[in-house]
Design a binder for this molecule. Structure first.
Ligand code: SAM
Ligand code: SF4
Length: 473
């Protein structure tokens, strides 16, 4: 049946079935959730495999080469499927679409290429592909310039960013678009455009609608979320203002924000908000990327390791029980054994709850790729990655051990994808998270149906470095 929105979005000829695959970060997951709501309102149905789909939408990531290679391999498979089903429409959207544009048509399966700034056009593009106008490309040549596209994107976001994504009871809300930081290794400023903060009223309106739809936890998203800044008249709003307004909304119980950039501006106000507002989770994801000042300079990060550790000290002073997570890139061009030793040292001092560790991947068009040779052999990158992970695991285990015997409040996500028989866990097993972002797997006995999206109390009985295991209280 047609809805008024389906007319507006113009997917009118028939109601295609859609397979949507999402690669990459939370921003992409959020884009996918918005695209999904808009297409559902236009009458489309979503399916789980390409066999049942009229349209395959791949929402892609460009941050590392590996992510792009995975998409290329999907496109190879889709080419075979299209040999027997030439009507299948294949759309590549997101960061890879913006980075490669029309070049993606070298992959014969591809019909639509649409960048992240143009996702509002996806219902129209799909409709046109159905009408037989094949091979549409919609990426902006001027991604670094603000344009009217920004406004249509804002309308699209406010209108359709109103339902939770894949985890019941939880939703992402974009507070900021893009990035202006130009870390030398990073493709994000080139594919996501300039850094812009969304109007606070639009964000609050969206969170209210999410709360009305049963969402209990919102995660505010931005590449440098702590740099959120919106000027209206003579008032300037920062992230702490957003946290405070969301804290007052009925229905919302936990508020998170990612990713924080190591910078002093607004940092103390944000931490004070975390310390004083009961709904703000005491969790900070603040990537360091390296512990070597030389490497940090070559990365164009704009801080030293001592300044970074000073920020962590401030965080722990204002919010003593804060859980902190980091990101690191190993094998950046020119990284010596001594540079790496300084990163190890920083990880030991920082005592992160967990770290995301990546092997440097040269990204075409970035400053590092233009000016620096990818000198570190893959074997060395792998070895450094492994070593850093081991050290982090020891720290994570020490921190996890403190939970044994304690009861923690968790928000339940759903059935665990992995079976934890090695931990003596019976089935069913549910996975959940604490406010500090610790993953908790527990055995709910008979009472598991309907727990997804609910809060529960779990008594922790054993641990692994990244997971706490326990029983429902
Ligand atoms: N905006 C966040 C920040 O400033 O830390 C992170 C954005 S990025 C999408 C997520 C992580 O990917 C980064 O923290 C970095 O560790 C990693 N990353 C980005 N570019 C990379 C590259 N060229 N090679 C390897 N890892 C990379
Ligand atoms: Fe990339 Fe740096 Fe921006 Fe993060 S802050 S998105 S790492 S350029």
């Amino acid at each position: 049946m047609e809805t008024p929105n389906s007319k507006r979005n113009n997917v009118t000829s028939k109601h295609p079935t859609i397979l949507l695959r999402t690669f990459g970060c939370q921003m992409n997951k959020l884009d996918s959730a918005i695209i999904e709501v808009s297409l559902q309102e236009a009458g489309c149905q979503f399916v789980d495999n390409a066999k049942d789909a009229d349209v395959v939408l791949l929402n892609t990531c460009s941050v590392r080469d590996h992510a792009e290679q995975r998409v290329m391999s999907h496109l190879g498979n889709l080419k075979h499927i299209k040999e027997s089903r030439p009507d299948l429409v294949v759309a590549v959207v997101g960061c890879m679409a913006q980075r490669l544009g029309g070049e993606l048509f070298k992959q014969s399966a591809v019909d639509i290429v649409c960048g992240p700034a143009q996702i509002a056009e996806i219902p129209r593009l799909i409709n046109e592909a159905f009408q037989g106008k094949k091979k549409a490309t919609l990426v902006t040549e001027k991604i670094r310039q603000l344009s009217l596209d920004g406004q249509s994107l804002e309308r699209f976001e406010t209108e359709y960013g109103i339902e939770d994504g894949e985890i019941p009871g939880q939703a992402y809300v974009r507070a900021m678009h893009g990035c202006d930081k130009f870390c030398s290794y990073c493709v994000v400023p080139y594919v996501r455009g300039p850094e812009t903060s969304r109007p606070p009223d639009a964000i609050i309106e969206q969170v209210k609608k999410l709360a009305d739809n049963g969402v209990k936890q919102v995660t505010l998203l931005g590449q440098r979320i702590n740099a959120y800044e919106y000027k209206a008249g003579d008032k300037t709003y920062c992230l702490a203002d957003l946290l405070s307004r969301i804290n007052n909304l009925d229905g919302i119980e936990w508020i998170r924000f990612v990713t924080s950039y190591p910078s002093a501006k607004y940092f103390d106000c944000i931490l004070e908000a975390m310390a004083n507002l009961p709904k703000v989770c005491r969790y900070l994801h603040i990537p360091a990327q390296s512990g070597s000042d030389g490497v940090l300079k070559a990365m164009n990060r704009g801080y030293t390791s001592a300044e970074y550790l000073g920020l962590l000290e401030m965080a722990r002073r204002i919010v003593p029980d804060i859980a902190i997570a980091g990101d690191f890139i190993v094998g950046f061009p020119g990284e010596t054994d001594d540079d790496f030793a300084q990163t190890v040292d920083l990880v030991k001092k920082a005592r992160y709850k967990n770290s995301f560790i990546f092997k440097y991947s040269p990204r075409p068009g970035t400053i590092a790729d233009k000016r620096l040779e990818d000198t570190i052999p893959l074997e060395v990158k792998k070895q450094r990655n492994y070593e850093l992970l081991k050290i982090q695991e020891e720290i994570s285990s020490e921190l996890a051990r403190e939970f044994i015997g304690k009861t923690v409040k968790v928000l339940v996500e759903g059935p665990s994808k992995k079976s934890h028989h090695d931990q003596g866990m019976a089935l069913p097993q549910l996975v959940a998270r604490t406010a500090g972002d610790w993953i908790v797997v527990f055995n709910p006995a008979q009472r598991w149906a309907g727990l997804a999206g609910q809060f529960a109390n779990v008594k922790i009985t054993r641990i692994s470095p990244l997971t706490l295991f326990g029983e429902l209280v």
